[in-house]
Design a protein around this ligand. Structure first.
Ligand SMILES: C[S@@+](CC[C@H](N)C(=O)[O-])C[C@H]1O[C@@H](n2cnc3c(N)ncnc32)[C@H](O)[C@@H]1O
Length: 224
């Protein structure tokens, strides 16, 4: 049987990038600014992921969103741009230095009034939130060993049909390399296995950039 997937070449990836709607000059400037941080800039999400997050925010009609792992603010702008009128995004991050860049670009993108940034370990910020199921959309992109904690804290606050999006779930392909037993790899592998059989959610892995895991919270009594 022929493969039902296409391996990306640089040319094909350029083609993918060419065929998206969001062409925000502020985001292009943010890519350039973050590039000045050298190798650290690898932490920034890919442009097509940003466009995808904007689209997800729009189709979920999100008014309440959470991001775990903000860095210089690219994914936050992408989510904030797609929020419904009056929508708010809570950003959880530990770095004052990188979020100084984020704050500057949020202002330039005109989304600063929609974003609240909490500078402290994300687990603390999440645990302090009300337990009501009101979150529409969450994006998890911080320290990998804590993904399960973030997933659980957000899932209990997610509305039925709300979405949690987890980044880096392919981890450069290491998830299928059993010789790789590094903490991050083991944590991502375990989380992927856990979510795939978690009856509370419906999930699908989307092989975009380093892999996104999309999880939808099931409604109580939902037929499976
Ligand atoms: C991959 S980067 C996030 C990239 C970002 N989503 C973007 O679009 O540019 C991961 C971020 O998680 C942050 N981080 C690491 N541990 C954290 C923690 N315990 N709580 C909150 N943020 C944390 C790091 O400081 C870093 O900025």
């Amino acid at each position: 049987m022929p493969d039902k997937f296409v391996s990306l070449t640089p040319e094909l990836y350029a083609y993918v990038l060419e065929h998206r709607s969001e062409r925000d000059p502020v985001l292009a400037e943010l890519i350039a600014e973050t590039g000045k941080l050298g190798g650290l800039s690898m932490m920034q999400i890919a442009p097509e992921q940003g466009a995808f997050l904007t689209l997800l925010a729009r189709i979920t009609n999100a008014t309440s969103a959470i991001e775990v792992g903000t860095f210089t603010g690219y994914s936050a702008i992408s989510i904030a741009r797609g929020l419904a009128p009056g929508g708010r995004l809570l950003c959880c991050e530990v770095s004052e230095e990188w979020t100084a860049i984020a704050r500057d670009f949020w202002t330039r993108a005109g989304v600063d009034d929609r974003i609240r940034l909490e500078i402290r370990p994300a687990a603390e910020t999440l645990r302090a939130l009300p337990e009501s199921e009101t979150v529409d959309l969450a994006f998890i992109d911080a320290d990998k060993v804590s993904y399960r904690t973030y997933y659980e804290e957000i899932l209990r606050r997610l509305r039925p049909n709300g979405l949690i999006v987890l980044d880096n779930v392919l981890w450069g392909g290491s998830v299928v390399d059993e010789t790789d037993q590094k903490d991050d790899t083991v944590a991502i592998r375990a989380l992927n296995d856990f979510v795939a059989s978690d009856p509370r959610v419906e999930c699908v892995m989307v092989p975009i950039a380093d892999g996104l895991l999309l999880t939808r919270k099931r409604a109580v009594g939902e037929i499976r």
